[in-house]
Write a protein that binds this ligand. Structure first.
Ligand code: NAP
Length: 295
């Protein structure tokens, strides 16, 4: 796809979608979604908009007034947008995070596709059904909230949330225990020595921290990793983080964050268009975009 193709296709009938975030300029979503619309022969265009934290209400009003089909929401708008939407899906309401908005007859309906985005690479591609399994989650921020919800909602047997700020891990555990009464959720500090025992006894480790973006790792000593554990790093740039390399060297199965990015985008695409998303096209466009190649 090049910009000329895209410009030529824009007409008064073109449906607009996009992403509101701050910052937003490194987003791979415009490349991924525009490639998908072209491949599917749909008259849509997807644009990035830098929306400051305090401007989310007027920005969402603009979605209504300007006739957008919908919008993605990313940091810092996933939670703060909720009071300004007309309807929220059950899942998004439960985890208090919306990443996809659909505008329908003047109403804004909020969804969370991060949950599906996280699960698809794990369940469909790696054949790892969470039911009854033990998992350790590193981090307790917004991404961890979607991940812990996704795993417990699929019947995971036990979750340990490990975070630098342990109070935040405990807060997330309490939040999830309210949604899933009776679930087993433990907490730990990310540097606790006891964490290694938890990881050794688990079959999934998910990194929901940004450690790995710049060559760091959330797990200095990777000796607890080995065959029988799947290590899932939500970071997608770089595609191979030090955690994934260490895990693979020790015989563990690994998943990078690109699949989650693609599948959450594919689910948004389906919400806006009611058309099956061209996932392979989206994956290729995303790979190019995260490598910094301009499409
Ligand atoms: P967030 O809400 O800001 O949470 C960040 C988490 O990382 C917190 O638990 C924080 O711990 C921890 N953390 C940050 N810096 C740390 C450090 N130096 N040492 C130890 N822990 C540290 O961010 P988020 O939205 O959850 O995103 C987390 C990561 O997931 C990001 O890298 C993001 O790009 C990635 N992500 C990927 C996808 C995808 O589609 N693949 C989707 C969503 C997010 P404290 O609570 O102690 O501060």
């Amino acid at each position: 796809m090049n910009s000329e193709d895209l410009t030529l296709k824009i007409s008064p009938a073109t449906k607009m979608v996009g992403v509101f975030g701050c910052p937003v300029k490194h987003s791979a979503s415009p490349a991924m979604q525009n490639a998908a619309f072209l491949a599917a022969g749909l008259d849509y265009v997807y644009l990035p908009f830098e929306v400051k934290p305090d401007d989310i209400e007027p920005a969402l009003n603009a979605v209504r007034i300007l006739g957008f089909r919908g919008i993605n929401l990313t940091i810092p708008h996933k939670e703060t947008s909720i009071p300004f939407l007309d309807e929220i899906s059950e899942e998004a309401l439960k985890i208090k995070a919306v990443n996809t908005v659909m505008a329908d007859s003047g109403k804004l309906r909020g969804f969370n596709t991060d949950i599906e985005g996280f699960l698809k690479p794990l369940v469909m591609e790696k054949k790892w059904p969470p039911e009854g399994k033990k998992a350790v989650i590193l981090g307790a921020g917004g991404a961890a909230r979607a991940v812990v919800f996704a795993l417990l909602n699929e019947g995971a047997g036990e979750i340990t949330i490990a975070n630098r700020n342990i109070a935040r891990a405990e807060e997330l555990a309490d939040f999830m225990k309210n949604i899933f009464p009776g679930s087993i959720i433990k907490t730990a500090g990310i540097a606790d020595s006891s964490l290694h025992r938890e990881i050794s006894g688990s079959s999934l480790l998910v990194n929901c921290t940004p450690l790995g973006l710049k060559g760091e790792t959330p797990l200095e000593d990777a000796s607890c990793l080995g065959r029988g554990i799947t290590v899932y790093d939500l970071i997608y740039r770089p595609s191979d983080t030090p955690l994934l390399t260490a895990a693979r060297n020790r015989g563990a199965d690994t998943i990078g964050g690109l699949g989650m990015l693609v599948y959450q985008g594919a689910a948004s695409f389906r919400i806006w268009t009611s058309v099956d998303p061209p996932v392979d096209v989206m994956k290729k466009a995303c790979e190019k975009a995260v490598k910094g190649v301009r499409l």
